[in-house]
Design a protein around this ligand. Structure first.
Ligand SMILES: *Cc1c(COP(=O)(O)O)cnc(C)c1O
Length: 355
């Protein structure tokens, strides 16, 4: 049976990227060797790293004066690396979910980290709008897409300070004005690659301003000077990332992704709003195009398990909601085809007809 993979992360990747990776695992560039068993400093892998960096810059129109890094440690390591490298006096954080809260918690180990607003009061079901960011902060940290709660910042927030963003779950899903950002980071396993690599885009002049000593492995400057090869990079996830980036380019770049993502999200949200058995959990104006959270409508809660089993019987994978929201979460990242979203919508209609 065809599977429809709605997993939140690790999650669906373009078939082309998986097949190209499988091929390179067996025979990398017709070398007769696996990409897993050759030197990361050899010319073949060096070309992979180089091309991946160039494609990131091209797809996101990264301006001059920025560096692109592929690091280990996941987005969670960035929660600490960001303040380690950038927080000297004070930083501001927008608390929009579990990941944002973790980022804020780490920052507090390095200096003053101000929570400018939080939507914790309503289980992070909306993005706070009315807040002020002090002008004297080193940066303002946001989480552009809240993977667990299904909310997303549709636009860059207005602030006169440099933004730092965790874009783990919506990177490359839409155009971004990188010039507003001092640093962008994204764990790969939502929209870019398999787990094991983290993309960092950093404005060079943000660095070198803190007075503390930074250990080499946690120091962006060291990684920039060494072209992400200060130590052995996660070669296989970088290889897969390159294949995904090529796929994005072939599908019209991030503008093409945005158009497809809008279309997919629209048909799913339309069904959630129409179907009398279901209701969305996120504030309508803040709904994520990547993670669609919904629960059984009032009075229908006892059908939750039945729908889960029904959807699973039709090949749907990974739609069970995160424990902090409950219900269902359909993650419809870049690689998710429209047909799979349509299959879920059809399952919801069919389930409604039966009850
Ligand atoms: C998944 C996720 C993380 C955590 O990523 P790791 O690579 O597991 O550390 C952080 N932030 C967001 C927004 C995420 O979706």
């Amino acid at each position: 049976m065809q599977k429809h993979n709605f997993s939140a992360g690790p999650s669906i990747l373009p078939r082309e990227a998986i097949e190209a990776t499988a091929q390179a695992v067996l025979n990398f560039n017709n070398s007769g060797l696996s990409v897993m068993e050759v030197s990361h400093r050899g010319k073949d892998f060096d070309a992979v790293m180089h091309e991946a960096r160039i494609l990131v810059k091209e797809l996101l129109s990264v301006p001059e004066g920025y560096s692109v890094l592929f690091l280990g440690g996941g987005a969670s390591l960035q929660f600490c690396m960001v303040p380690f490298n950038l927080l000297e006096r004070k930083a501001a954080y927008l608390n929009t979910g579990t990941w944002a809260s973790k980022a804020l918690k780490e920052a507090r180990a390095f200096g003053e980290a101000l929570e400018v607003a939080s939507s914790k009061d309503a289980n992070f079901s909306y993005i706070p709008k009315n807040y002020t960011v002090p002008a004297d902060v080193d940066y303002f940290h946001i989480t552009t897409n809240n993977t667990i709660f299904g909310t997303e910042l549709a636009d860059d927030p207005k602030a006169d300070v440099m933004l730092v963003a965790d874009m783990s779950s919506d990177i490359f899903s839409r155009p971004v004005d990188v010039s507003r950002y001092g640093l962008i980071y994204a764990g790969a396993q939502k929209n870019l690659s398999c787990a094991g690599v983290t993309l960092v885009i950093v404005k060079d002049d943000m660095l070198g301003k803190v007075s503390r000593h930074i250990p080499s492995m946690l120091n962006y400057k060291i990684h920039i000077e060494n072209d992400s090869m200060y130590n052995t990079p996660p070669v296989l996830p970088v290889y897969t990332a390159l294949q995904t980036l090529k796929w994005i380019k072939s599908k019209g770049g991030v503008a093409g992704m945005q158009q497809r993502n809008r279309e997919k999200a629209a048909i799913l949200y339309r069904e959630i709003d129409r179907n009398r058995l279901f209701k969305g959990t996120a504030a309508v104006e803040d709904r994520s195009l990547m993670n669609v959270c919904f629960v059984m409508a009032d009075g229908c809660q006892e059908l939750e398990k039945d729908f889960l089993e029904f959807a699973q019987s039709l090949g749907m994978v990974g739609i069970k909601g995160h424990r902090s929201v409950g219900g269902f979460r359909a993650s419809i990242y870049n690689a998710m085809p429209l047909e799979s979203v349509q299959a879920l919508v059809n399952a919801m209609k069919e389930f409604e007809a039966k009850h």
